[in-house]
Design a binder for this molecule. Sequence first.
Ligand SMILES: *Cc1c(COP(=O)(O)O)cnc(C)c1O
Length: 361
Amino acid sequence: MAKPTAAVSGTESVRTTLVTAGRPERLPDAALNQPVVLASSFIAGGPLEYAREGTPSTASVEDLLGRLEHGLATVFSSGIAAANAAMDLVPMGGLVVAPSAAYTGVAVRLRELAQAGRIRLAIVEADDTEAVAGACADASLLWLESPTNPLLQVADLEACITAAQHAGAQVLVDNTFATPMLQRPLELGADYVLHSVTKALSGHSDLLLGALVVQDPAIDEQIRTRRVLLGAAPGGLDCYLALRGMRTLALRVEQAQQSARAIVDLLHVHPGIARVRYPGFGTIAAIEPRGCAEVADAVCSATRIWTYATSLGGVESLLERRRRWPLESSAVPENLIRLSFGIEATDDLWADLDQAIRSAT
Ligand SMILES: *Cc1c(COP(=O)(O)O)cnc(C)c1O
């Protein structure tokens, strides 16, 4: 396995860790970057055995992600595979408390498990701390997403985590939207952090990858066993690309967040926009143009720089009317368009969005 990079100091900046972690040992002629290793099996006698258990490629991404979130990371073949591994650890019949508008795949999967009698499920509004705390009595797991997708509700993570801990429940925080640049839930006491590395972490819309990061080595061991037994192990090339993408996470998040803040201010006073949702940080916003779903579709189809496509967190700005998906929560307005800010010039992004809204509303 790739040797963990020596920590420079406990206060090393995230920006530095992003560049330095997950590299091969510094030896003469060693490659600077962890090379792509395409092997399912490894010669007996060392720590590597079989690729589901881990490879030099998974180890380097895990080194970096673990350092970013201050925990122990395990990567999976997608974010939803990582989510399923966490769900698999809930005891039979255990109560899971989850937000009303969580990531669609997570919400649907939790409902399936509840319908099959595998878990019990309580749905709450993530930004209603009292309701979250109340639902946690008797819970096995509090599943949080903050900000939520796509309503961008912000949970009081510290208060929710404390309430869950008092009730004896574990806490998982899906940190895909905030990224470890803006929020580190393990530091607030969460047991698990979930990432769709597919999104901002890898940042180039060219791979699927997921991760769970935990504090407790015993839980880490359980998570690694889930990867071995459920089989959702990522390939070497995807790990290589994810690591390469993560090197620039700080620059990308800063640029995209700067555009998001500037453009959200302008959207708030745009005559064609009825409502803007933005938590004040991060790279995702949501707008409701004046009019119905058809008007929102027309906005999405009228942009030339923004692309009408699902997913988020990439270098390219994307927009999407979320209710085009039949399984999206009915709590999401029909005309809501999610905006994922990329790293194009802010002025160009604004000019394009403004003309699209004006042409459609
Ligand atoms: C995309 C996403 C997931 C699922 O991740 P995949 O990599 O697409 O499987 C989970 N949670 C959130 C918040 C997401 O945006």
